[in-house]
Design a binder for this molecule. Structure first.
Ligand code: SF4
Length: 156
């Protein structure tokens, strides 16, 4: 990977969002993994955060998926939004949400919160027009910040 042309990496990761920028980061990260870390993906948050384009979201995901960590929560936009709508946290940024979720949730859920909430956020608790009327959580969810809801098949 570290030797591939950036254009080839673009082709390989398309159609992820921002694939041009990400291809540059992937190439530079792979180079640094070879030169600085002996060809092994770092296993600490501090080391991962030194790599190009790697923030806490990516670092947490790498620790969970590549190093089987049970001690990390990967917070992306879906996790941040749903955790606030459900009232688990009251936070303004994904990083605040991550730290608040360590306090608000049991450890056994930490490594899989992202998997569940991303799927939920893409299909039910959508950013715009969430499907509250059809949601199985309607009776227990406070729907904090939700002003407009959608219907399945509409506003999709
Ligand atoms: S009731 Fe609405 S806001 Fe609450 S989890 Fe379901 S879709 Fe999201």
């Amino acid at each position: 990977m570290a030797k591939l042309p950036v254009l080839r990496i673009q082709e390989l990761i398309y159609p992820v969002s921002f694939y041009r920028n990400k291809a540059v980061h992937v190439r530079r990260t792979c180079e640094q993994i070879m030169t600085r870390f002996g060809g092994r993906v770092p296993s600490t948050m501090d080391e991962l955060l030194t790599l190009p384009g790697v923030g806490r979201k990516t670092a947490n995901l790498v620790l969970i998926l590549a190093h089987a960590s049970q001690d990390n929560i990967c917070v992306d936009t879906h996790v941040h939004r749903i955790a606030n709508r459900m009232g688990w946290v009251r936070t303004r940024t994904p990083e605040e949400t991550e730290h608040a979720l360590y306090r608000a949730t049991r450890r056994r859920w930490w490594s899989i919160i992202n998997l569940y909430l991303v799927t939920w956020g893409q299909n039910v608790c959508r950013p715009v027009y969430p499907l509250c009327p059809q949601c199985v959580l309607i009776d227990i969810c406070p729907k904090i910040g939700v002003t407009k809801v959608g219907k399945r098949g509409k506003n999709a």
